[in-house]
Design a protein around this ligand. Structure first.
Ligand SMILES: Cc1ncc(COP(=O)(O)O)c(C=O)c1O
Length: 340
């Protein structure tokens, strides 16, 4: 039994999902003739109360397209120092859109409206023009933390006052919705563009969707083409997405519960220095200084448990659809009896 807790992207499609994929009706999506892709896009646009949605092969491409939609070369994007668009999209914001990022020193990947206000460049010709505020919910590097919706509203006010775009990297928005009892509609009302992933907590093999109103999304299909992301009979993958929306959202609570139980065990272990507060399915922790990080990862690997380092001495555990009760019991008892 291999227990892979490196990410919630390691899941394989379930039998039900595979059946949905195999029976999908497909067509050439470059001609917009794939009925399953069209159905998925329409469904997500409706869920968020927006007029348009576009299917992408990855979350990075959906985010990069959003940045390009909102900005011109030389502009500046405000985001947290932990943001995925800044840390883990291979410098795409500067490569694809020619923009720089003004990093906010937030808490667990989140910041306040006051901090946004302070980060906006003055209106003078020698500053780059601030164009976009980007937030991530839940935060990946921040340990799956969920934003306070009121603060997101406060930031929206600042965006409106300064004519800034507002983009949500909602790769794991599903986890936040379930954990905080919030709705897609609420988020649709607040943000100009939203990217959501189907291939993380929802268990699809591939797929992200960018959602927004027609006006801002007008060039999105052209940009997806420029980025090399147009696809043909991709309804087979969109069918997995539709299946996931029906079956795999509410069950995220189970992943959250298990992550919380892991947090509780970790907190009691003498060789753990800190554990970030767990709200959803990600557990980030630091080992005592005396313990070598890679040796610790290797020790767990020898017991068939895979976790991953985040850099800077932090380690990450992510619970997901393929992490079963049996695995959970084994993992917890292994942790409790671990000799490092
Ligand atoms: C918060 C966040 N945004 C975006 C992405 C990018 O998704 P993809 O790997 O599909 O490009 C990830 C992937 O882990 C992520 O965690």
């Amino acid at each position: 039994m291999l227990i892979d807790l490196r990410s919630d992207t390691v899941t394989k499609p379930t039998h039900g999902m595979l059946e949905a994929m195999m029976s999908a009706k497909v067509g050439d999506d470059v001609f917009k003739e794939d009925p399953t892709v069209n159905a998925l896009e329409e469904r997500l646009a409706n869920m968020f109360g927006k007029s348009k949605a576009l299917f992408f092969p990855s979350g990075s491409m959906a985010n990069q397209t959003a940045i390009k939609l909102h900005t011109n070369p030389g502009d500046q994007v405000i985001c947290d120092k932990y943001a995925h668009i800044y840390n883990y999209e291979a410098g795409g914001a500067s490569f694809n859109s020619g923009v720089s990022c003004k990093l906010i020193d937030g808490h667990l990947g989140m910041f306040t409206a006051r901090q946004v206000k302070d980060a906006i460049n003055p209106d003078a010709y020698y500053y780059s023009e601030t164009r976009l505020v980007e937030v991530e919910n839940t935060t990946n590097k921040g340990g799956g933390a969920c934003w306070d919706f009121n603060e997101l509203k406060n930031i929206k006010k600042v965006c409106d006052e300064h004519h800034l775009g507002y983009h949500l990297d909602g790769a794991r928005l599903w986890n936040a919705l379930v954990a905080k009892n919030e709705t897609t509609q609420q988020y649709g009302e607040l943000f100009d563009t939203i990217s959501v992933c189907l291939s993380k907590g929802l268990g699809c093999p591939v797929g992200s969707v960018l959602i927004g109103d027609e006006e801002i999304m007008e060039k999105s299909i052209r940009l997806r083409k420029v980025f090399g992301g147009n696809m043909r009979q991709v309804g087979y993958l969109a069918a997995a997405g539709l299946y996931a929306l029906d079956h795999n959202i509410e069950r995220l609570n189970e992943d959250h519960k298990r992550a919380k139980e892991i947090e509780e065990v970790l907190r009691k272990l003498p060789f753990i220095k800190t554990v970030e507060p767990v709200e959803t399915n990600i557990v980030i922790f630091e080992l005592d200084k005396t313990i070598d990080e890679s040796a610790f990862v290797q020790l767990l690997k020898e017991k068939n448990i895979h976790i991953i380092g985040m850099g800077g001495g932090k380690l990450r555990i992510v619970t997901h659809l393929d992490y079963t009760n049996v695995m959970h019991d084994y993992f917890l008892s292994t942790l409790k009896t671990l000799i490092v």
